[in-house]
Design a protein around this ligand. Sequence first.
Ligand code: BGC
Length: 733
Amino acid sequence: MQLKKLRKLLNELTVTEKVGQLIQLSGEFFESSNDIVVGPEQKLGISPKIVNLSGSVLNVAGAKKTREIQDRYMAKSKHHIPLLFMADIIYGYKTIYPIPLGLGATWNTKLIRDAYKNTASEAKASGVQVAFAPMVDLVRDPRWGRVLESTGEDPYLNSQFSSSMVEGLQNGLNEGHGMASCIKHFAAYGAAESGKEYNTTDMSEYRLRNQYLPSYKAAVDSGVKMVMTSFNSLNGVPATANEWLMKKVLREEWGFEGVLISDYAAVSELVAHGIAEDNRMATQQALKATVDIDMKSPCYVNELEPLLENGSISEEKVNEAVWRVLKLKNDLGLFEDPYRGASEQAERHELVSQKRRELARKVADRAMVLLKNQNNILPLNKNQKIALIGPYADSQELIGLWTVHGNTKDVISISQAFREHATKQNLRIAEGTNILENKEILNNTGISSDEQKSFVLTHEEEFKKNQEAIEAAKDADVVMVLGEHTLESGEAGSKTNLTLPDNQLKLLEKIRSLNKKIVLVVISGRPLVLSNIEPQVDAIIQAWFPGTEGGHAVADVIFGEFNPSGRLSMSFPYLVGQLPIYYNHFSTGRSPETSKHSTRYTAKYIDTPVKPLYPFGFGLSYHHAIYSNLRLNKKTMNKEDNIKVSVDIQNDSEVAGEETVQLYIRDVVGSIVRPVKELKSFKKVALPANSTITVSFEVTNDMLKFYGRDLNYESEPGNFEIFGEYKIVCVNE
Ligand code: BGC
């Protein structure tokens, strides 16, 4: 529709109709074909009439369903404004990829762009028009369950992924393809204090701008259509009412013109935060902060009109918000085709097709991170006797918590994939125990005591399962597939104990006492604390929740069909007490590595290493790479020119592989304290067997820029160290 016509449409709307465009309800409001659906309305305190006017709906998917709802809605819509379908499609719609922490470990932004492009095609066939993805919160504290949704701890790497995911989802949007992307959660939700869900964030603007905001900005620069506010308060003001953040930074500085939506009920939660007296005041604050859509709260729907009537807000502000919503609907072509191509026929062709599975497997292969491989025990030989042991051996629960629309029935389990490789005589499979038996945790995950019964084994059952595993392990090498339960991570999955569940640790001990070689595969939504079990096993593969093709990916790595190339995008702590832990921390006055003070008086712990068990950027492969000869083409540069850094990489093994070459820089002296090192670039390169290659980077002035003492974004003259395996000093004049 032409913008002139759209403007005319806006002017024709009554105030109530305008308010309708600014609220988002969830599926249960629309699912009945009756006019009056009493339950949900009563709960939220809204009238059924407004349901017919509400502008968008949350988490309804499926071609048949979305078309029916759209038809009913349009039939009642005087102005024929289509309903907008938004959903949580975080790392796949029906074909599920590894959790984003696994996607981060691929360091392959091109591949991930493709994965999100595929996701958009699938979801579009089912009538979803906006994805609440990507989640681009920078994370440093794995106590927080939502680290699962992020690509990790680094501002640069996260920004690269943020752009590629947005570009993937929105690919071809103007031509009717893809879907709109809504990044979340703006801002700094990943820094919630003590890793506790929904908690406060309080940090300097220096840190915020240099480390936490870049991934959101990258998405805005890539043309993202929507932004979602976060639940946390930021420096005293809840994000959803934070005018500085939303108006000044997001809209004015970054030029974001799209739709800003609150997180679920976050507008009404301004009252609980204690910055609004009641829903009316909360509504006023959120609208002032330019929040356009109120997701699932009774605020905008009930309070906007009275606020307009008493003159506390102007109709102009409401019009601006409605305009942005209408504009998005128009950009998506909904006025021409309110279903946006959704059809059951398209679904048959699109959903979990062979092509999509192949891509999911390719991604999952590359998300696997080999953390230990003592004496090159891996890859295993298909002809050796193998016992596959653990509660995840036979399980299809490999897609993790944030997969509202995914189906575990589509998942290739690890046992199924092993059967494709190993012969029946050589393979024994035993669960050994359940995933989780801790009643306290189960109670807090919100599942009923009846459901819990299926989780918790009696002593006899546990003993029997343990015995089966011991039997299976007796004359075989062992692959143990252990991990945390799906319910232990994701939203509201904050935890303080990050080791494997007790019952699984006991099983591991029993198998260990048989003196067997053990390969451990870890299924988890976060970096777990593995320091206690690392010495007990010969190899460790971090497999995350690997998605629909997860079983294949684990088997591909174990049997050497794929040479692992994943590198961690989030540090694995040694102990929970180290948290938050991340590689790019600020320099202190007493680094344990360089301080002249005696061993006691340095920045460290006296009972635990200061370093993580596995750092950011770490991961092993089956080939053997030796980095040498890091060199610069010159030692000084000015703002206009670059320095070329090169490094030689030798593969002295018979196995071809892929290397992730990472360039780190340290700004030695700044106007403000700088991080000890920062990732500035990386390249994924093929490394043929028995060969040496040279990889080069250009160090540019842009890489040296940061928000300094006066919060201006610029580089400062001085010395810089460049890191590969070595340090080299260069000077920016
Ligand atoms: C989450 C969001 C999500 C929304 C809608 C909230 O609880 O924080 O990430 O998009 O629910 O499901």
